[in-house]
Design a protein around this ligand. Sequence first.
Ligand SMILES: [Zn+2]
Length: 119
Amino acid sequence: MKHEAPCPECGQMIFVDAPEDASDEDLMSLARDLCNCAGAQLERMKIRSGNKIKEFIEKEFPDDRAPGAIMMQAISTLQSGIYDKITLKKGRRTYTIDLDKDGFARVKSKYTENTETKF
Ligand SMILES: [Zn+2]
């Protein structure tokens, strides 16, 4: 059924389709999905990059939960604004986590070849 709910970012009332028993929280999140204001667009981007981070962590560390947890912790630490960059190192691979100018998390991964040669 049709509900009217405020966008949580700008307060504009939006018509959304939802079941009769949908909570206010669900309705507001649906309103944010449909709203065109800058705040709603930014939130949608953040949610998308959050999902991408999860996919990245699952792909990079399939058998170990610890680095993923550390990485999520690193991102929220960076978002608090005290630190600029956090580095994780695993064998020859280095992951550098920082935020871009819009506040989105960025992970750079670098694989270092062992170039030492002994004669
Ligand atoms: Zn809005």
